[in-house]
Design a protein. Structure first.
Length: 199
């Protein structure tokens, strides 16, 4: 959000979503988990709807080419298995978003999907990624912004959806609430150069 010109305060929500997505439709799950994280902040007695704060929560789920849901790997071994699942194939990345002021009736929730094609990763690329810990806390075991310049990767859709926050749609949702980027900032900063098929 900072790259897009927004001023914000990052906070860790009391609700922590499960590292492995539960069974169900991934689009519905992503929105439900995003909403739970965003709304859970208002359970803090020092953080209430009366403050006029707006919270943005997001949750990302990766769906491999076999239809398996991938959350955040909990170990290097699990991250390695996820790399097996996403390389030399196309996977889907689903990110749900919930914008709330603590009053459920006024929530704005949506889901965005992008498709990612990852080519063949050399042993050096894999080991560097695994040893460097870039898989930690990342759905599918990677962060697009970290690997776009070194992995053979192409994105069909919004790259920020793959990164975990669909900014092109979020900008619209925030604007509807009167929240706009700081004057002089760009609403469309440069995307990773390797996302050749992004739109």
């Amino acid at each position: 959000m900072e790259q897009w010109g927004y001023r914000f305060h990052p906070m860790t929500p009391p609700y922590q979503d499960p590292p492995t997505p539960p069974a169900g439709d991934p689009r519905t799950l992503a929105v439900e988990l995003a909403a739970k994280k965003a709304r859970s902040l208002f359970s803090n007695k020092y953080f209430s709807p009366s403050m006029g704060a707006v919270v943005v929560g997001a949750d990302t789920i990766v769906i491999d080419s076999q239809g398996h849901l991938l959350g955040q790997p909990q170990s290097r071994v699990e991250a390695d298995l996820m790399l097996d699942a996403i390389t030399e194939s196309t996977h889907e990345v689903v990110t749900g978003v919930c914008v709330t002021n603590g009053k459920a009736v006024a929530d704005t929730c949506f889901v965005d999907t992008a498709r990612v094609r990852v080519g063949c990763l050399t042993e050096v690329l894999r080991e560097t990624h695994l040893d460097g810990g870039g898989w930690q806390g990342k759905a599918g075991g990677y962060d697009l912004w970290d690997v776009a310049d070194v992995w053979p990767v192409e994105v069909d859709g919004d790259p920020t959806t793959v990164a975990g926050l669909p900014m092109r749609r979020l900008v619209v949702a925030l604007r509807q609430r009167g929240i706009t980027p700081s004057p002089g900032s760009s609403e469309r900063p440069p995307m990773p150069s390797s996302t050749g098929n992004s739109t």
